[in-house]
Design a protein around this ligand. Structure first.
Ligand SMILES: [Zn+2]
Length: 66
């Protein structure tokens, strides 16, 4: 059985891929920590959850427009 956390992560990756088509964001390397809050994460996660990802994307979009 797949780990529910893996399924959630797969869902995040799918959403991210869809969103990138509409608003291209840089492909981020896996750094071992959350891009938003800096919490340590197992590769290949780049954010803790959808909340961190959305906050980061909002901030990134704001900076990209500035
Ligand atoms: Zn986070």
């Amino acid at each position: 059985m797949a780990d529910p956390a893996d399924l959630a992560q797969a869902q995040l990756e799918r959403e991210e891929a869809l969103r990138r088509r509409a608003c291209p964001a840089p492909i981020l390397p896996y750094s071992g920590q959350c891009y938003w809050c800096g919490d340590p994460l197992p590769v290949p996660r780049r954010w803790c959850d959808a909340e961190c990802r959305d906050d980061w994307e909002r901030d990134h979009a704001r900076r990209a427009r500035a």
